[in-house]
Write a protein that binds this ligand. Structure first.
Ligand code: ATP
Length: 240
């Protein structure tokens, strides 16, 4: 169980996360919905220890406090982040990017098997394994980023707006792959603007507004929630 409890994060005087509490059970898929600047990326970066949360914030994995660990130890604990903008190495080939993802000790032993699983999930990457990543489309680069994160053998995979900037057909392909990852038992924590498609594979979702969690429910209930529909699904209030 990944537990985020009373997470506060300041950037200077600015309070970007205000007493945020979120839990993700093993194998569960959870979506964080919120407008630009609501704090979604900051939440994922806090869990990955890429930004330091305020004293008193609690982030626990199976009861162990993660707050004192550096970022590379978080990957070793089984939590991987696919950052916004993907963070792939453009000059390197697909396969070189995947190999870099297999660096943590938890991944080294069965690196070959894991690489075969990534190629099974994304056959296009196998075809293009010797191609430099910066010559590939945005969707293919997103697959490389997800594949690299999977190489670390995560129990929890966090994705920051994975569909951003992708053509609709690529978004569909991407979420089919995420659904397969989910079904293989990896828990997903997804920050998305594409609310409908992300809720369609999720178990639960949270609404975040100006750094605060303002709602939480099952994915099904959120899809049918009028406020969510108004805010994110382009439906207008009939009363104007
Ligand atoms: P987006 O979808 O636009 O990325 P978000 O919901 O992911 O938005 P964050 O990127 O987490 O939001 O930002 C939350 C708030 O913190 C915003 O007001 C943002 O301007 C501010 N912020 C984020 N990173 C920093 C930083 N490094 N220094 C100062 N302020 C920051």
């Amino acid at each position: 169980m990944l537990e985020i409890e009373d997470l506060n994060l300041h950037y200077g005087q600015h309070l970007a996360l205000d007493s945020v509490s979120v839990t993700i059970a093993p194998g569960e898929t959870v979506v964080i919905l919120g407008a630009n600047g609501a704090g979604k990326s900051s939440l994922l970066k806090s869990v990955a220890r890429l930004v330091p949360s305020d004293a008193g914030s609690q982030i626990r994995l199976d009861g162990r406090l993660l707050a004192a660990l550096p970022a590379h130890r978080i990957v070793q604990e089984g939590i991987a982040l696919v950052p916004e903008g993907r963070g792939v190495f453009g000059d390197l080939t697909v396969e070189e990017n995947l190999l870099l993802g297999a660096n943590p000790p938890r991944a080294r032993t069965d690196e070959g098997e894991r690489r075969a699983q990534v190629y099974d999930l994304f056959p296009k990457l196998k075809e293009r394994r010797r191609q430099a990543v910066n010559t590939m489309s945005g969707g293919e680069q997103q697959m490389v980023a997800i594949g690299r994160a999977l190489m670390s053998n995560p129990a929890y995979l966090m994705l920051d707006e994975p569909s951003l900037g992708l053509a609709p057909v690529m978004v569909t392909e991407l979420f089919l792959a995420l659904d397969r990852i989910r079904k293989s038992g990896v828990a997903l924590l997804i920050v998305e603007q594409n609310v409908r498609v992300s809720l369609s594979i999720a178990d639960r979702g949270y609404l975040i507004e100006a750094g605060r969690i303002v709602g939480a429910d099952t994915a099904k209930a959120l899809l049918n929630d009028e406020a969510v529909q108004r805010a994110f699904l382009g439906k207008t209030d009939e009363r104007g």
